[in-house]
Design a binder for this molecule. Structure first.
Ligand code: XMP
Length: 537
C-alpha cells in the first residue's frame, strides 16, 4: 500500500488543488470530509487541514476533535485549518480589519524552520481570508509574518504541527510548492513512490485479482478517461473485456471513425453501435437544455444496455470515472447546476458490479498513465468532450443538418488550433501544459507548442435560433452565428477564457464564413467560469 497524505476537507474551493500539488510530488493523497479521518489506516504519513468558507465563529463551522491525530502524524493547517487549530488550542482569531484577498509578501520568516527550508525572504503568498489569528496559543511560535498579518505561519513548539494563513497550493504563492514539498517530503518523509509506472503495475495486479476469469463490459466514449481505463483493463484481462461504443450522431466531424481506428490499433475488443437515428428522432422538437440532456442520457442507457445484454456472462461494468468525479466534496450550497450523467445511472439498472480503475486519478495523471501504456499522443491529449456531444452546443432544436453545420465549423476551428504553433521558453511550457506532455520534458531553451495543447478545452457553439444579416459577394445573407469557446483550466471546476492570438482568430473566422454554408458570423466567448460554465447548455 503506498504511503499517503490525508487532506481533511473543510469545504474550501482549493482543496483539490492541495491534492494535485501533493500528487505532483509523486506522493499519494486522499481528500476526505473533515470528520472522516481513517484512524485505522497504517499508510497515512501526514495530515493537511484545508481552508473553509466559514469563520471559526460561525454556528455552522466545521469542527473536528484532533485528539487522536495530533502527536501521531505531522499536521499542516491551511487558512481555516490554521485558524481552527489556533482557536482550538487557546489562541485568538478575530475578523481582520479589512478582509484580505490576493497577493501579499512575507516580511519575516524563521529560515531555520523546516517548513521554510530553501525559502527566499520576501516570497509572495496568496491570501484569502476574512479572519486573522491575533494571538497564538501560549506554546505556539510565530514563524512568518506579512505586512498586514503578524501570525502568517506558526508551529507548535517541539511538535510536528504547523499552520499557515496563506494558500501555498495556489499558483500565485510563488514558493507554495516548496512549502508543501518541505512538509510532504522533508517533514512527513514521503518516499515519492507514486508514479504512473507503479500505478500501472499495482492496478493491473489488483484488477487480475479482483476480476479473476469474469467478463467485463466498458462504455467507450472516445475520451481520454474511458480509453485509458480500457487499455488498462485490456492489459489485465485481455479478451474478457468487451468495450461498447455508442455513436449518438452528435460527435465531432469524423470522430467516430477516427476513434474506432485508434481502438482497433490498440487491440481493444470494441462493439460499435450507430444509434444516431434513434437519438435524432427522440430529440426532434426539443429545445430545453435539461430536457435534451435527459433524453440523451436515457437513450444512451437504453442502447448501451441492449448491447451489453448480448455479452454473455458479464459480471462487471467498468467506467472511466476519475477522482474529481467522485470526491465526496462538502457541498455547501447543495445546488445542482447542471445534470451530468457520467457517474452512476448505468450499474443499478444492469445488476453488474462496478469497476473503476481510475477513480483515484486526476486528469493529468490519467494522461501520464496513458503514456505509460504506450497510447498515441493524440488520444491522450484529446480535449474533454461532453457526453451529450454537440447537442449541448446547438442552442435550439438538434437536427442532423444543424449538427453537420456545426461539425464543419468546429473542424476548421479545432484543426486550426492543432496547426497553430507558438514558441515558448521550456519553463513556461511546463507551467502551461499538462504534466508529462512531451514538450515539458525539455529542461531549458525554447519549445514549440500547439494552441490545442495549451488550452484545456475548445469547441464551437451554433446559435441555431439566431440569424443575422451579412453580405457575401453582391448577395445579402441571413444566416446563423457561431461562437468559438476556448478555456484554460486544471480541472473544469473553474476556467478562464483563453487569450488566443488575433491573427489566429482572424483566419479561423474567415475560413469558417467562407467554407461553411449556413454561417455568416463568428464570435469569441470571453466569459470565465464562474459565473459562466464551459458548455453553453
Ligand atoms: P461545465 O459546462 O459544467 O462543464 O462548465 C465542465 C466540464 O464537464 C463537461 N461536461 C460534461 N461531460 N457529460 C460529460 O461527460 C456531460 O453531460 C457534461 N456536461 C459538461 C464539459 O465539457 C467540461 O469539460
Amino acid at each position: 500500500m503506498p504511503q499517503k497524505i490525508i487532506i481533511l476537507d473543510f469545504g474550501s474551493q482549493t482543496t483539490q488543488l492541495i491534492a494535485r500539488r501533493v500528487r505532483e510530488m509523486d506522493t499519494f493523497c486522499e481528500i476526505l470530509p473533515y470528520n472522516k479521518f481513517p484512524h485505522d489506516d497504517p499508510s497515512v504519513i501526514g495530515v493537511i487541514l484545508s481552508g473553509s468558507p466559514f469563520s471559526v465563529y460561525d454556528a455552522e463551522a466545521f469542527s473536528i476533535d484532533l485528539q487522536h491525530i495530533r502527536g501521531r502524524y505531522p499536521i499542516l493547517g491551511i487558512c481555516y485549518g490554521a485558524q481552527f487549530m489556533a482557536h482550538t488550542y487557546g489562541g485568538k482569531v478575530e475578523p481582520a480589519g479589512s478582509r484580505e484577498y490576493g497577493r501579499a509578501c512575507l516580511t519575516h520568516i524563521d529560515a531555520t524552520n523546516p517548513l521554510f527550508a530553501g525559502f527566499d525572504v520576501r516570497s509572495q503568498v496568496w491570501m484569502s481570508h476574512g479572519d486573522t489569528i491575533t494571538a497564538l496559543p501560549s506554546h505556539f511560535k510565530r514563524i512568518a509574518s506579512t505586512e498586514k498579518v503578524e501570525n502568517a505561519a506558526y508551529q507548535a513548539e517541539g511538535e510536528p504541527l504547523w499552520g499557515v494563513q496563506f494558500h501555498p497550493e495556489v499558483f500565485h504563492s510563488t514558493q507554495g510548492s516548496l512549502l508543501l514539498r518541505n512538509f510532504v517530503i522533508g517533514i512527513c518523509g514521503s518516499r515519492q513512490e507514486w508514479s504512473a509506472a507503479s500505478f500501472v503495475d499495482s492496478t493491473v495486479a489488483q484488477l487480475k485479482a479482483q476480476l479473476g476469469d469474469d467478463r467485463v463490459i466498458l462504455g467507450l466514449s472516445g475520451g481520454v478517461d474511458s480509453s485509458v481505463a480500457a487499455v488498462l483493463l485490456n492489459k489485465a484481462i485481455g479478451s474478457r473485456l468487451t468495450c461498447i461504443f455508442v455513436d449518438h450522431g452528435m460527435l465531432r466531424k469524423d470522430e467516430a471513425a477516427d476513434v474506432l481506428r485508434d481502438y482497433e490499433s490498440l487491440g481493444l475488443n470494441v462493439k460499435a453501435v450507430d444509434a444516431s437515428e434513434k437519438f435524432f428522432s427522440d430529440l426532434a422538437g426539443v429545445t430545453d437544455p435539461e430536457q435534451k440532456r435527459k433524453i440523451i442520457g436515457r437513450d444512451f442507457v437504453e442502447v448501451f444496455n441492449a448491447e451489453a445484454q448480448k455479452v454473455e456472462g458479464a459480471k462487471w461494468l467498468a467506467q472511466g470515472t476519475i477522482y474529481p468525479d467522485c470526491i465526496e466534496s462538502l457541498n455547501i450550497t447543495g445546488k445542482v447546476i447542471k445534470s451530468h450523467h457520467n457517474v452512476g445511472g448505468l450499474p443499478e439498472k444492469m445488476h453488474l458490479s462496478l469497476c473503476e480503475p481510475l477513480r483515484w486519478l486526476f486528469k493529468d495523471e490519467v494522461r501520464r498513465v496513458g503514456r505509460q501504456l504506450g497510447m498515441p499522443e493524440h488520444l491522450i491529449t484529446r480535449h474533454p468532450f461532453p457526453g451529450p456531444g454537440l447537442a449541448v452546443r446547438i442552442l435550439g432544436e438538434v437536427t442532423p443538418e444543424r449538427v453537420r453545420i456545426l461539425q464543419e465549423a468546429d473542424h476548421i476551428y479545432i484543426q486550426g488550433l492543432r496547426h497553430y504553433k507558438i514558441t515558448l521558453p521550456a519553463t513556461e511550457a511546463r507551467q502551461r501544459l499538462s504534466a508529462g506532455h512531451p514538450a515539458t520534458l525539455q529542461e531549458s531553451g525554447e519549445v514549440s507548442v500547439s494552441l490545442y495543447d495549451l488550452v484545456w478545452q475548445a469547441g464551437t457553439i451554433l446559435l441555431a435560433e439566431v440569424r443575422s444579416v451579412g453580405v457575401m459577394g453582391d448577395e445579402r445573407t441571413y444566416e446563423h452565428p457561431v461562437a468559438l469557446r476556448a478555456v484554460t483550466s486544471t480541472d473544469a471546476m473553474t476556467a478562464d477564457w483563453a487569450h488566443l492570438p488575433y491573427d489566429f482568430m482572424a483566419k479561423v473566422s474567415n475560413d469558417i464564413i467562407n467554407h461553411v454554408r449556413g454561417v455568416n458570423r463568428v464570435c469569441y466567448d470571453i466569459s470565465s467560469k464562474p459565473p459562466s460554465t464551459i458548455e453553453w447548455e
